[in-house]
Design a protein around this ligand. Structure first.
Ligand code: AMP
Ligand code: ZN
Length: 489
């Protein structure tokens, strides 16, 4: 597909960027050519954080994945509406309605209100994502601010006959939805045989899930709302269906999250959304990122012991070192984290910036290419089009810097590639130049001061030598009654 608007976005290149993305769609388990519902526009919903604690570095992997997706689509000329939820109510420690409410538990432990906890960790979350150069979503929506939308959606599900009321809660009846579990390739008979240990006795089927809680084991639930089913609060999954449809329409293009969301959260989102609207498929493409693991174990927020971005910063890393580390793995492969491999990423990012700075020193500013760099851009685009292969894309960037032309076009190509990678290369390059310029100015001013001292001490040999040395470096000194100024020749 050709998007002439890409030209406007990227005036440095005199050719169209033709990008035909293929994404691995969890629904169907195959790579599929991406065709949006509306030409040139993409509706994208990425499951956001549950704000009861800091994000751990595994969570940040999910948001870097969303960011690469959004940046790639925008660079290709798509208008992307990116919606992300903030879960500040109703997420229990087990996605299948077991355990404690994560927000309530955290608030009790910290002696704060649920809303204070939510505000604090929402800010901390965006502080982390900003530091990792993750683009902010177009819409950020909080669950607690969309209770009316959730109630309205549950009413539609109920009206269509997919619910039952038991023990004070309203449940979704999966037997009324024959395609339940298709996304996760669930074998319901097997799952039922190995039923969960801590089973909610009100459920007719272990996979049924709560749409609205009124009476439950959480008598001290901090936040409750009136509803047609009594005063209570929503089940966790309904927020994503209600808010995504509110901002993106009843059907939209892409939905993403970590692989842990496939069997329960996203499976339930599909069931309740399609039960409400009757329009299938609710979402065209499901993208799921694999986990970041440490010592062969899963990193989890609820387990307590986890690394945050701040831990990495305290260890002397830049947040972008971690971003570089993540881009080195494909989002659908498990990634093993260690401080040693992060150190490797830090070293590589530094060499990358050094290489770009020396290219910039040689060629000056980025400018229209003469075509020599286009081979690298095409290969880079091919890698990104192919299910967002950031490891291959990074390799193409390195290839351009190691073997490509040293031209203003090559520098423009580097910065163009970074519109997807988000490594802040242009800023790093500019900062380096600024640092160098400032360092240079400091050095010259130091020499001028030395010369003034020499003149005061009537040491004219030294004073003349300083003037002569600077002249050889292209710097002219002009003396006046107010002091000495310097100029480049
Ligand atoms: P949560 O705040 O727990 O709802 O999780 C936020 C996002 O992080 C979700 O998309 C999860 O699937 C994802 N996630 C959780 N743990 C990891 C991990 N270790 N590696 C990658 N993604 C993760
Ligand atoms: Zn969700």
């Amino acid at each position: 597909m050709v998007f002439p608007s890409a030209l406007a976005v990227c005036p440095l290149f005199l050719y169209y960027q033709i990008m035909a993305f293929t994404f691995f769609n969890t629904a169907g388990r195959e790579k599929q050519l991406f065709t949006p519902l509306q030409e040139g526009k993409v509706g994208f919903y990425g499951c956001g954080p549950t704000v009861y604690n800091y994000a751990h570095i595994g969570n940040l992997r999910a948001y870097v994945h969303h960011d690469i997706l959004v940046r790639s689509l925008r660079r290709a000329g798509y208008e992307v509406n990116h919606v992300m939820n903030i879960t500040d109510v109703g997420h229990l420690s087990d996605d299948a309605d077991d355990g404690d409410d994560k927000m309530v538990k955290s608030a009790e432990e910290r002696g704060k209100s649920v809303l204070e906890i939510a505000d604090f960790y929402t800010q901390a979350f965006f502080n982390d994502t900003d530091r990792m150069n993750i683009t902010r979503p177009s819409v950020v929506c909080k669950a607690t601010e969309h209770i009316a939308d959730m109630i309205a959606l549950i009413e539609r599900i109920e009206k269509n006959g997919f619910t039952y009321y038991a023990g004070g809660n309203l449940y979704f009846d999966i037997t009324r939805f024959p395609s339940y579990g298709e996304l996760a390739l669930l074998r319901l008979d097997e799952q039922q045989a190995g039923a969960r240990t801590e089973q909610d006795k009100n459920k007719r089927n272990p996979h049924d899930f709560v749409l609205w809680f009124t009476k439950s084991k959480f008598e001290n639930q901090a936040l409750v709302w009136d509803s047609p089913w009594g005063r209570g609060y929503p089940g966790w999954h309904i927020e994503c269906s209600a808010m995504s449809m509110k901002y993106l329409g009843e059907n939209f293009d892409i939905h993403a999250g970590g692989i842990d969301h496939i069997p329960i959260h996203h499976t339930n989102e599909i069931a309740q959304s399609e039960a409400a609207t009757g329009k299938k498929p609710w979402v065209s493409y499901w993208l799921h990122n694999e986990f970041l693991v440490m010592d062969k174990g899963k990193m989890s927020k609820s387990a307590g012991g986890f690394l945050t971005l701040q831990t990495l910063i305290d260890e002397g890393f830049d947040p972008l070192d971690y971003r570089y580390f993540l881009l080195g793995g494909h989002y659908r492969s498990q990634l093993q984290f260690s401080m040693e491999s992060l150190q490797g990423a830090k070293n590589s990012r530094k060499s990358l910036i050094d290489k770009i700075r020396s290219l910039a020193d040689k060629v000056g500013s980025p400018a229209n290419g003469n075509g020599e760099e286009s081979r690298y851009i095409e290969a880079f685009n091919t890698a990104i089009e192919d299910d967002l292969s950031t490891p291959r894309a990074l390799a193409e960037l390195w290839g351009l810097l190691k073997e490509g032309p040293a031209t203003p076009g090559a520098l423009a190509a580097v910065f163009d590639m970074d519109r997807v990678l988000g490594l802040g290369l242009e800023t790093a390059c500019g900062d380096g130049k600024k640092d160098e310029d400032e360092g240079f100015a400091r050095e010259i001013e130091g020499l001028i001061a030395k010369r003034a001292e020499a003149k005061k001490a009537r040491d004219f040999t030294t004073a003349d030598k300083i003037r002569q040395d600077l002249k050889e470096r292209g710097i002219i000194l002009e003396d006046s009654k107010d002091g000495t100024i310097w100029k480049r020749q």
